[in-house]
Each structure stands twice: as C-alpha cells, then as structure tokens.
Design a protein around this ligand. Structure first.
Ligand SMILES: [Zn+2]
Length: 441
C-alpha cells in the first residue's frame, strides 16, 4: 500500500522530521519507504491512498484505558461523583456485566478509539471475558495489552480477590495463555491492581511472572509506595506505573533509576479536580522517564479521543503550573506516540513513521475549518483539531478506518445495542446515582 501526496508527514523519527509532500509505502505489516512523493513516484503498490490535504502521524498509544462496562452507562455519574464512591459504583456495575454485554461494550470502545486515531491500548485488567473480547481485537485489528486484574487484600471495592499464591498463579497462566496472540498484536502483562489492594508479596510475585515471561507489569500507583515497590523487587524497567499521583521528587528519582515508566490520564485528573499541575510529569520527562498518556475510561474521563487527550495534557500542565513552558505541544504529542510507545515497551515496533516499523498510522483530513490555516501541523493538531477529522487509520498495515468509518462494524448498530445493554444493566442491578441533575420526563 502507498499513501502519497501527504501534505505533512509528522514522522517522530530521531530528527523529528516533518516531511512536506510526503509518501509512505507499506508492505504487509511494515513501513518500507518514507520520503517525498516525487522521490517515491516509481514505487508501485496495489492500493494507493491519495492523501492530498492530509496530515499523517504514527497512531496514538493509550497507556491506561479501562473498557468493559463503561460505555453501557457512560455519563451516569454526575461530575461531583468522584473518588472512592465512584470506584465502588464502577466495580459494582463492572462485576455485573455478562459475557455478551462485555463483548458489545468493548467493541464500541474499540470503535471509538480507532476512529479517533488510537491503535494501541493498555486495558489494566478490567476485561472479565477475555476470550469474547479477543474476538473484538481480532476483528478490529487493534493492538492491545491485556491482563487479569488481581488483588489479595480486603477492600471496600468489588475487585477480584484471591489468596496470594492463587493470584500469582492466575497471572502466570494468563500471560502464558494470551501473550503474543493475534500475530503479536496482543501482549499479556501482570496486572495487580494497586499497592493499596495487593500485598508486597503479590506485587513481587507479579513482577517475577513478568520477568520470567519477558513481559511487563502495570499497577495503579500513588505517592508513598514507590520505595516499597523498589524494596520488594516490584519496580523495574518492565513496570508501567499508572497515574503516579502524589509522588515527590525522591520518588521521581527512584522511578528514573529503576527505568520504570509512567502513564498519566490528564482528562480524568482535571475532571476530578485532583491537580494535574501537581503531577510530576515535567520532572519525570526531565529525568528521561517515558511518560505516556491514557484516557482512563469512558466513565471517568469521559472521552477516548486521542487528540483531545494530547490537548488536555498540553493545556493542563501549562495552566496547572502557570508556566507556558511546562509541557510543549510537541512533548504532549510525543507522550501519545513515540514516548507513549516506549512507556509500554513497544517503541521498537511502533510510535514513529520509520522504515521497518509496523504501519500503525493515522491520516487526518485537514480541508476542514478547524485545521486552517495550516502552517504548523503539530500546533494545529494539538490545539485546534480533534479526532473527528481522522480520515484513515492503519493498524499493523491494515486499513481499519476508511473515510472516517470503521471497516469492521456498523457503528450505529453497535451504539444502539450498547444503549440497550446500559438500560438493561441499570434495570437489573440498579443505579445508585440519578441520571442527570435536571428532571427528566
Ligand atoms: Zn485505572
């Protein structure tokens, strides 16, 4: 396949080249040529996409994306329904999902992710019926990091809890069963929930499983437990810490020395008024830590749009720090592409437009009001556009979004079905919050 006459290819290569009038050639799953359209005129391809007026980027990486139940009852929680009370409701609804329901809600989530430019996601263990959802990943062609959420401590949340040994064994069995599926597009990681819900023994056991099988671990992380993770052998270069809320400068240093990575969810953090500006992201990046971006969930963030996620980071850190230099448009975009790929250990395969890399690409249509005038594609993408201008998405070399529509499902039909699932779920288990503050008739 060949994409030619690209107005701007934002490569994210080592020189961060932005190539005008570019062409990219793909053979199978991989990129074989990147250059000027004129130079690659002689390279033939079975399918040619005329990308006039287009901006091409590496597809986005979403490093923390709970799917499962969320689309069924999106927007149910009012904006002041946060913290532990929200989490209790999240896990109560999630644990009530049936296999068929989770299939459809996950399909809708994947449609939303792909259609707004995200190909890779890390689902931190929220999927209950992995085999059913594996069919979604197969059909959609996305790249997914999955795992089984485990805990071994008694807490006030409907999280899956097991004796420590069993939790480690389940983690190991999951990794062995699923890692490398779908031609390598599926990675299976250890996914203990957090240091508050797991013993040190379990966290250590999960990290050992990741080490043994050459895979990774992700864990919800907050300040005060970094030292503990390190002392118990649960911090290392294959550990992705989610949120890292409330960590101090000493912990930034520990994370950097361990070679661990971090993912933050700017839209959730700002929506919950938990202080994005206080997050140590500029400091972590300054010490060379790969920090990626996540959209968290359709019922916490509540959007999955990769462009809006980057925009939230670029705006949120500037305002939070009262410093226009806190996080540039380019740095925010790196967090969703190359640096994001590094934060999940996939930068050897994806995250930039370079010869040899897998063709996970997103093409934006810029002959639209919000994209013009177009002088600097990075500035316009981060500050003016959103995912609705995505024209085409390639995942592993395959077109999965064409002319703005997913090719593997009927979005409207899936949306209707998920609406019914949400109504059914609330009728079955009851919502503990009202839908909306205004009277609904
Ligand atoms: Zn999470």
């Amino acid at each position: 396949m060949k994409i030619e006459e690209i107005a701007f290819a934002v490569t994210l290569d080592a020189q961060r080249r932005v190539i005008r009038d570019a062409a990219v050639v793909i053979d199978g799953q991989r990129i074989t040529h990147v250059g000027k359209s004129d130079e690659l005129r002689g390279v033939e391809a079975e399918r040619v996409i005329d990308a006039r007026g287009g901006v091409l980027l590496p597809a986005f990486v979403n490093g923390h994306m709970h799917i499962s139940y969320a689309h069924a009852v999106r927007g149910l929680f009012p904006d002041d329904f946060v913290g532990q009370q929200r989490l209790r409701e999240v896990f109560r609804l999630q644990s009530a999902m049936t296999e068929e329901e989770e299939y459809w809600t996950s399909l809708l989530a994947i449609i939303e992710l792909l259609r707004s430019g995200t190909v890779t996601l890390v689902d931190p263990g929220s999927t209950k019926f992995v085999d059913a959802c594996m069919q979604v990943y197969a059909d959609a062609g996305c790249r997914v990091v999955t795992g089984e959420c485990v805990t071994d401590q008694e807490v006030d949340l409907a999280l899956p809890r097991y004796p420590t040994d069993e939790a480690v064994q389940r983690t190991s069995a999951f990794v062995q069963k699923y890692d490398g599926r779908l031609e390598g597009r599926v990675r299976a990681w250890a996914m203990p929930f957090s240091a508050d819900t797991c013993s040190w023994e379990l966290l250590h056991g999960c990290k050992a499983v990741a080490d043994e099988h050459g895979t990774w671990m992700t864990v919800h992380h907050s300040g005060g437990s970094t030292q503990g993770l390190m002392e118990h052998g649960a911090l290392g270069a294959n550990v992705l810490l989610a949120h890292a809320a409330g960590i101090d400068d000493t912990e930034v240093g520990l994370i950097a020395r361990a070679g661990a990575t971090v993912v933050v969810c700017p839209s959730t953090t700002m929506k919950e008024a938990s202080g994005l500006g206080t997050r140590k992201v500029p400091e972590l990046l300054g010490q060379g830590v790969a920090v990626g971006l996540g959209a968290d969930s359709a019922n916490s963030s509540n959007y999955l749009d990769g462009v809006r996620m980057v925009n939230a980071a670029a705006l949120g850190f500037k305002d939070g720090r009262r410093d226009v230099g806190a996080l540039s448009a380019e740095a925010a975009l790196e967090m969703a592409t190359l640096v994001g790929a590094r934060s999940v250990g996939l930068d050897g395969e994806i995250g930039s437009i370079e010869v040899g890399k897998k063709a996970d690409l997103v093409l934006f249509e810029t002959r639209r009001a919000e994209w013009r005038g177009l002088m600097d594609p990075v500035n316009n993408l981060v500050y003016a556009a959103d995912g609705r201008s995505v024209r085409c998405v390639l995942a592993d070399g395959r077109v999965v979004v064409d002319e703005g529509q997913v090719v593997f499902a009927d979005e409207a039909a899936v949306a209707d079905r998920v609406q019914g699932i949400g109504e059914g779920l609330l009728a079955r288990v009851g919502g503990r919050v009202n839908r909306g503050r205004w009277p609904m008739s």
